[in-house]
Ligand binder design. Structure first.
Ligand SMILES: C=CCOC(=O)Nc1nc2cc3[nH]c(NC)nc3cc2c(=O)[nH]1
Ligand SMILES: [Zn+2]
Length: 374
């Protein structure tokens, strides 16, 4: 019995978008979906009740970070991530180390795995496909990622070809080492950069291994948005229609809509909570940096079109005051609003797919938000 099943409900008549449900051991997920990131087993500053309240359906945690702190053994002894963090809905783990693996110059990639330095203590570390499986099997998420190389952008074609072939060999080793396939769905991660034949090769290698889900990696790593959209144009159609597709690390409003249009089902990004901690908010009229002096006497809500707890109860002036005073409550309010904004955006995307009007929705949203739609 597979750990997850994907139920295709409807494909949009205007685009490659699709409405679906992912059934997991911890409940179902409506797709396309945005997944809040909880790197260290918490979506920073927010409680599981608040995540429930804003209708978050699935959250992410990071393998690399939890391996270092507190250690996957402690999480396992707590009964796994769900009981450790008191979140009883679906959880997905990715490496979270992509910044460490692909950006740190202390990284040394070999066939057996990756040697690199602990970003906190500087001590030498080693991760392999087998080790990544052991850690994720101990953490106990419903969905977990194969150990891959996310090449830097841009990358030479020969480097990319060799990297894709190694990632495919690693994916096979992950399947071998995976101890809990019946309750933890292992996703293969498609690589290949912007080279269409390499994306085809990577997808075919992974599809032949028959994963229950497929992630699209190597994107949102500094490439222009039109390059990402172009890669998606020829990559998502390669993937099975009866399995979920997860675009890793993507989370700005325009990229979520453009990814959904190209058939992506799942997204994650630290953007909403990260910019919230800098006092920046996503609104239907564009980004609003509430810490700016302009809002000192502005008693309107962050976003007058938003129905979230923050926007129903507090003003820009009050939130600016809290953020300027470095009050934690201020960052809780901006984080709550930003996550609600993206979760609500995806709810509107799902409604637009149901009514075959996603391209119209894109045009209206881009116009109001101020994205220069091409
Ligand atoms: C246990 C091992 C699981 O491995 C992975 O999670 N691998 C992996 N993570 C990524 C994360 C990304 N974030 C962004 N932008 C913010 N782009 C990303 C791309 C990748 C990727 O290609 N691969
Ligand atoms: Zn709001």
């Amino acid at each position: 019995m597979a750990a997850i099943t994907y139920e295709l409900i409807k494909t949009c008549k205007q685009s490659g978008a699709r409405l679906g449900k992912i059934h997991t051991p911890h409940g179902s997920i409506d797709t396309p979906i945005f997944m809040p990131v909880g790197t260290l087993a918490t979506v920073k500053t927010l409680s599981p009740d608040e995540l429930d309240e804003m209708a978050a359906q699935v959250i992410l945690s990071n393998t690399y970070h939890l391996w270092l702190r507190p250690g996957e053994d402690i999480v396992q002894e707590a009964g796994g991530l769900h009981s450790f963090m008191n979140w009883d809905k679906p959880i997905l783990t990715d490496s979270g180390g992509y910044q460490v693996f692909s950006l740190s110059d202390l990284r040394n990639i070999k066939e057996e795995g990756v040697h690199f330095r602990n970003h906190i203590s500087g001590e030498k570390l080693f991760l392999s496909p087998e080790k990544a499986m052991t850690i994720q099997n101990a953490l106990g998420p419903d969905m977990m990622m194969a150990f891959d190389e996310c090449p830097p952008y841009p990358a030479e074609e020969e480097y990319m070809k060799a990297s894709v072939e190694r990632t495919s060999r690693w994916a096979e080793r992950c399947l071998e080492a995976h101890q809990r396939p019946s309750d933890q769905a292992l996703f293969g991660i498609v690589q290949g950069g912007e080279y269409e034949y390499l994306r085809k090769q990577s997808a075919n290698d992974l599809i032949s291994l028959d994963f229950p889900g497929y992630a699209i990696g190597g994107l949102s790593v500094g490439e222009p948005k039109d390059v990402m959209n172009h890669v998606l144009d020829f990559t998502t159609p390669l993937l099975p229609k009866d399995k979920p597709r997860y675009l890793m690390g993507v989370g700005s409003a325009d990229s979520l809509i453009d990814g959904a249009i190209r058939g992506v089902d799942m997204f994650d990004c630290v953007l909403p909570t990260r910019i919230a901690r800098n006092g920046a908010c996503m609104t239907s009229n564009g980004r609003l940096v509430v810490r700016n002096a302009a809002y000192a006497r502005d008693f309107k809500p962050i976003d007058e079109n938003c129905n979230c707890y923050t926007c129903r109860n507090y003003s820009r002036a009050y939130i600016r005051h809290l953020v300027k005073s470095n009050e934690t409550f201020g960052f809780r309010l901006t984080s709550y609003h930003n996550l609600y904004f993206l979760l609500n955006l995806m709810k509107q995307v799902r409604e637009a797919i149901l009514e075959d009007r996603l391209l119209d929705f894109r045009e209206a949203f881009f116009e109001q938000y101020g994205f220069n739609s091409p």
